[in-house]
Design a protein around this ligand. Structure first.
Ligand code: UDP
Ligand code: MG
Length: 311
């Protein structure tokens, strides 16, 4: 029998663990009743939780040998948790899913069907309706527009990290060993035949989301810097154009002084121009700095996470 490996990142999810486990068990026994038989194994990644998340996982492990876990020495973030999962998980097919049931396990039978019957390598999930305020919705849709314009990767709006993948696809994802990880981009970059299914968004089963607006902005910036060098080109163009315009301005001023004489006037405009150019320079320097920062972090070759316990 083939096996589906489930990667489940958990950060302070004490109340959700058991609910999640029960739901997945329900889905697999339902599949069994419909004569769709798969083994499954869990890989819970405890991302440095400060509550009893790990204890909850260990409780499951006592009664179920298929429950595995990797526990980090501190919080490394969901990206690192997903890497740890991908590196450890076994199975012929692998799914990444959130523990809060916002990635409904009930979609798994449909996903596996696409891979088995229609020859897809990956099935990703796109959230259709999403309750979020106007600012977040606007920022989110702008982000997808920008990143799709700026980079080679194509990222669907509102795509979740929830996806079912073949072993071959996972092995190829593992070849991308970068430290700065933007998984949505990595998944798309790897390619293969991907099917997206849509589903209505659901509220968290328990607990609360850990994302602040600032973290989302940082995450977006990460995505753009990791997958595009367009900002660097923009910096070059802005520099080039402002140089060209200043040159014309300078020639104009010199010619005027030669032809008509007179003293230099208009220092307020001079000051504004200097400030403007300075602003442009700092902006471009900031863009370059962002990339240098990434290079700096990559060259240190630090591990993406530290494991404290694993079973
Ligand atoms: N998560 C994690 N490390 C973190 C933050 C979140 O492993 O630093 C996990 C979290 O436990 C959950 C998933 O990532 O299983 C998604 O997190 P959350 O529900 O907070 O995000 P949202 O669904 O709001 O995008
Ligand atoms: Mg969630």
């Amino acid at each position: 029998m083939e096996t589906i490996g489930l990667i489940v990142p958990c950060y302070n999810e004490e109340p959700s663990i058991k609910i999640f486990y029960d739901e997945v068990e329900r889905v697999f026994s339902e599949m069994h009743a419909n004569h769709v038989d798969y083994n499954h194994e869990y890989w819970f990644i405890n991302d440095g939780s400060s509550d009893n998340t790990l204890e909850e996982i260990k409780k499951l492990r006592e009664n179920d040998e298929n429950v595995h876990y990797v526990s980090f020495s501190r919080n490394f973030g969901k990206e690192s948790a997903m890497s740890a999962g991908l590196e450890n998980v076994g199975g012929d097919y692998v799914a990444v899913m959130d523990v809060d049931l916002q990635d409904p396990p009930a979609l798994l039978p449909q996903m596996i069907k696409y891979i088995k019957e229609d020859d897809y390598d990956v099935v990703g999930c796109v959230q259709k309706s999403r309750k979020q305020n106007f600012v977040r919705a606007f920022l989110s849709s702008s982000f997808y527009k920008v990143i799709n314009k700026m980079s080679d990767v194509e990222i669907k709006q509102n795509v979740r990290d929830y996806r079912l993948m073949t072993r071959q696809y996972v092995d190829n994802v593992l070849k991308l060993t970068e430290y700065n990880r933007f998984t949505k981009g990595i998944f798309s970059w790897v390619g293969f035949k991907t099917k997206y299914i849509e589903y209505d968004g659901v509220e968290r089963a328990a607990g609360e989301s850990h994302w602040s607006l600032y973290q989302l902005l940082e995450y977006s910036l990460e995505g753009i810097v990791d997958f595009s060098d367009v900002p660097l080109k923009v910096a070059t163009w802005v520099g080039g154009v402002s140089f060209f315009l200043s040159l014309i301005g300078l020639i104009f001023v010199i010619l005027r002084a030669i032809l008509f004489g007179g003293s230099v006037s208009g220092w307020p405009s001079l000051v504004s121009i200097i400030l403007l150019i300075n602003g442009v320079q700092l902006f471009c320097l900031g863009i370059v700095g962002n990339y240098i920062g990434k290079i700096y972090l990559e060259t240190k070759h630090r591990p993406k996470y530290i494991v404290k316990e694993k079973k």
